[in-house]
Each structure stands twice: as structure tokens, then as C-alpha cells.
Design a protein around this ligand. Structure first.
Ligand code: MG
Length: 275
């Protein structure tokens, strides 16, 4: 069998939640919960929330063991009118400055939403993102010490960037250290033939992971045997992955959220060991 070189640093399982999922109202209350519950990272909202709360969050993070993974919110560059695409760029530039100040991994972006491109073909839109709008945001992100993180979606949702390999190719073509990619187990389960293959294709560009149960997109573990991530975790280990594995999804109607999250952590740690 071929021997693969071990990664420079051994991979780590950094469990993470999204801001809205974290119990508590105040910033410190949420961060206390995350530390006390054994998480390593978390995701924050984009937009006005980020601009308004950046400074307070920076203060609240002092002395904590947590890191800020990504900022996650709506993005869309699929407009025929160049001024509308430019408005999207302008909207995100100050947010990248805040994310850099916070030392966050990056800003999640989905270049195209839906199939109504209003006068711009999919190829032109992808080329414009890679050569212009996305590239400029990646360069700004790199200047600020953070990144844009491309999120592949399902084919029903986007005409391109459906697979991690496509996102990694876009990063390669942007030729900026601020261009990165992520994998979302929910989308990968629909678009990829292999979690392992998909994440390995992300390679050095892979900096973030979303995870959910694989039948209903809820807390991992609530879909029984379907919730098997071992194959993907093997790739993360081979890559020496240092990013977060962040739960993005809903909760079942019944059941105690705290218990469900506790079982999720246990399940993911067990599967990480198995990988
Ligand atoms: Mg996602």
C-alpha cells in the first residue's frame, strides 16, 4: 500500500456551534456556555450584527480558549447588473476588516443563488467571481489576516460551486491566500460520491466544516445509522485539519436540546477516534 506523509500538525476535532444555536442572550453568557460545554470554536452572524458587535466580541474573547471560526449569513453575486455585484463587494469589505480584527478564520460566501441570473450566464458569473468580485474580496481578506470561505451548495440551489473540488479550483484560480473553501456534510451527502474524496480535494484550501444529521438536517445523531461521518473525518486527519466542525441545522420537535447536543459531541468524538 502507498504510504502517505503525515501532516505537519496532527488534525484536531474542534467542535463548534452557530451563534443562534448557542444558549444565552449576552455575548459573555454564550461564550461561557461554549467553554464550559467543551466546544473549541463558534460561528457568528454577518452584516449589521458583525459591524455592531465586533468590538464587544473582541473584548469578551480576551483570555478564552475559544476561536472564532466563520461569519455566516446571506450572500449573492448573481446579478446581471455589475453595480449590484459591486454593491455586494462593498457590503462585505468592512465586515472583512472586523473579522480580521477578531482573528476569525473567514467569511462564508456563496457566489450564486438559484438559477435566475438576470442577463448573466453561469460561466460569466463564475468567471466574474473568480477574476473580479470574489478575487478582490479574497485579497482584502488576506490583507486583514482572514479569508473568504467558499461554500459549495446543492445543485438545486446553485448553478456552480456544488462540489468541494470546484471550490478548491476557484481558490486556486483566484491566486490569493485569502481564498479558502469549506465542506458541508449535508450538501456533500447529495453532491459528492465520497466524503473522503471531497474533503481531500479541498486540500490546503479547506478551512471549515458544517455538519448536520444526514436525513433531516438536524443535530448529528438524530438520524440513527445515517449519521456516519467517519469517512470524512479520515480525510480531515490526513490533511492535518485545524479548522472547526460546526453544527448547522435544526432540532427535532421533541427532545431536550442540551441532551441532543451532548449526544452529538459524544458521537462526533467517537467517530473521530474511529477515523
Ligand atoms: Mg452550510
Amino acid at each position: 500500500m502507498p504510504k502517505l506523509a503525515p501532516p505537519p500538525k496532527p488534525a484536531k476535532l474542534n467542535l463548534s456551534l452557530q451563534w443562534g444555536t448557542i444558549p444565552g442572550k449576552e455575548i459573555n453568557e454564550k461564550l461561557d456556555y461554549m467553554e464550559q460545554s467543551g466546544y473549541q470554536a463558534f460561528e457568528i452572524p454577518t452584516g449589521d450584527w458583525l459591524l455592531k458587535n465586533g468590538e464587544a466580541l473582541k473584548k469578551a474573547m480576551a483570555g478564552r480558549k475559544l476561536f472564532i471560526a466563520t461569519a455566516c449569513g446571506p450572500s449573492n453575486f448573481s446579478y446581471g447588473e455589475p453595480e449590484k455585484r459591486e454593491a455586494e463587494v462593498q457590503k462585505f469589505l468592512p465586515q472583512l476588516e472586523v473579522l480580521g480584527m477578531l482573528g476569525a478564520v473567514g467569511l462564508i460566501l456563496c457566489p450564486a443563488r438559484g438559477y435566475k441570473q438576470m442577463g448573466l450566464g453561469f460561466k460569466e458569473l463564475r468567471d466574474d467571481f473568480v477574476g473580479n468580485t470574489g478575487k478582490r474580496l479574497a485579497e482584502k481578506a488576506a490583507q486583514c489576516g482572514t479569508a473568504i470561505v467558499l461554500e459549495p451548495l446543492c445543485h438545486q440551489e446553485t448553478p456552480f460551486l456544488k462540489q468541494v473540488a470546484d471550490g478548491a479550483a476557484m481558490c486556486r484560480d483566484m491566486e490569493s491566500p485569502g481564498a479558502k473553501v469549506m465542506g458541508d456534510f449535508w450538501h456533500m451527502n447529495r453532491e459528492e460520491t465520497s466524503f473522503f474524496g471531497a474533503l481531500m480535494s479541498g486540500g490546503k484550501y479547506l478551512v471549515h466544516i458544517h455538519i448536520a444529521s444526514l436525513r433531516n438536517r438536524r443535530v448529528p445523531g438524530t438520524d440513527g445509522d445515517a449519521d456516519n461521518y467517519v469517512d470524512g473525518f479520515k480525510a480531515l486527519k490526513l490533511l492535518g485539519y485545524q479548522g472547526a466542525v460546526s453544527f448547522e441545522g435544526g432540532f427535532p420537535k421533541d427532545g431536550n436540546r442540551e441532551e441532543l447536543l451532548g449526544r452529538m459531541k459524544q458521537l462526533l468524538r467517537e467517530q473521530w477516534e474511529q477515523a
